[in-house]
Design a protein around this ligand. Structure first.
Ligand code: SAH
Length: 192
């Protein structure tokens, strides 16, 4: 049952991403900081989010790594997944044409500081983390459950310092003051 719910969530995410890729396709890129390691981790994340859950749902190959959790854990996962999906959608909507799957600045790039970006600098990564945690709670398997979270955490630590440096170089003072009033993935008011 949980496998089916998870699967439906995945379909929504992928349709959504494709739509945004298509919408931002014509935007010109002026600064790109892709690195091989980042592309590698992004590919790993893709495998963790899609390939391992697909193998898990449709074949018995990963069942050796199953463990048991009570069903309320799965339901908590569904709630976390829903919130993560909402945040994922909102951050795409707020970032609009400035979105990229990798570290890039586009022509006429605007610094977004409103909507969900008013509270945290990386709402999309916060959403991805929530979806990763939800996967752990929904898929009770050492491989299919944990594969997204592990690769995303690695990607997060690699990417965020580079991303912030890129934004600082480009937007200077404006980004610095934005950094002073926001948290990375946890709003500032929780830190005071
Ligand atoms: N880190 C953000 C955005 C992820 S998409 C988040 O988690 O929500 C990655 C691209 O978004 C980067 O290449 C950068 O060009 C762009 N970006 C990141 N923060 C931005 C902001 N506040 N305003 C505009 N573009 C931003």
């Amino acid at each position: 049952m949980f496998k089916i719910i998870y699967f439906k969530g995945l379909i929504i995410i992928f349709i959504f991403r494709l739509l945004y890729r298509w919408r931002t396709k014509t935007n010109q890129i002026v600064d790109s900081r892709k690195t091989t390691l980042e592309i590698l981790l992004l590919s790993l994340l893709f495998v963790g989010m899609l390939v391992t859950p697909l193998i898990y749902v449709f074949t018995p190959f990963l069942s050796f790594a199953d463990y048991q959790f009570p069903s309320w854990v799965g339901w908590t996962g569904v709630v976390v997944f829903t919130i993560g999906l909402w945040l994922f959608w909102r951050s795409h909507a707020d970032l609009g044409r400035n979105w990229s799957y990798t570290l890039e600045l586009r022509k006429g790039h605007q610094l977004i500081t409103s909507g969900v970006y008013k509270y945290v600098r990386h709402p999309m990564y916060a959403a991805a983390l929530m979806l990763g945690v939800a996967q752990v709670l929904i898929l009770h398997n050492w491989i299919a459950g944990w594969s997204s979270l592990v690769s995303f955490v690695a990607l997060y630590f690699l990417r965020v310092p580079h991303e912030e440096q890129m934004m600082l170089n480009h937007f200077g003072e404006e980004y610095q003051s934005y950094m002073n009033r926001t948290g990375r993935i946890i709003p500032r008011w929780f830190k005071k």
